[in-house]
Design a protein. Sequence first.
Length: 269
Amino acid sequence: MTPTQPPTAQPPAARPPGAQVSGAQPRAVQRRPSAKPAAVGNLREHAYVALRQRLMEGEFSFRDRLTEERLAALLGVSRTPVREALTRLAGDGLVEKRPDGGYYPAEPDLTGLRDLYEIRVVLELRGMERALESGVPHEAALLEPLRDYWRALRTAPPDPDPSFVALDEEFHLTLSRASGNLELANLLDAINARIRPVRMHDFLTEDRIHLTIEQHLGIVETVLAGDLTDAVRKLRSHVGESMEVVEKRAARAITQMVLRRGRSPRQGP
């Protein structure tokens, strides 16, 4: 995969330095919209965020055809923002367009998740190991702004939101680039794109947001201090813990989608 420009993930401060997340893009981390968006310009984002939340919670059955008319009535909006939301959600990997031309909830693919996470760990740890072997430190010009950015997030953390995955990816890609081998970062970017739809389940609660921020700071500060052995340990623990959370939450969403077979989603946003 050839990396493209990053999504417009904008937390409280400026976008993190070195950010180049590619692929189908989660949008900016933000607060959930109110039940009745005040301006017409908010309707597109309202429909997108509201549908994404319902999909992440397993509110629809896998057999539910997500028709524009039905969803528009469910959310209290017109068909146009729903149509645009479905296109974005297909890009996120949360819905799929089937041969009949309709959109349906996409089933999170857990079968190869551990294999892909294993590849992710290998790629990320290799960046640490090559610095240990060569004695050439990570590029401080990339990591110092990255550290400052996540310190700002710790001071003003965003609300839980699936699109936090974009900021998480940007952190790990910048860390990889700072090791000096850009091809490692390119490969990591490709793996991230494949596991992104499932990884979005990792950032649905405040405790996961806060813990991720603390763990990221622990990793980058340890690398800047030159203790790469401890940084390897922290990175391995961080990625492994994320995988366990993602598996449990995605499996729970799948269960809900199966149980909802034949039921109608709840009304109201």
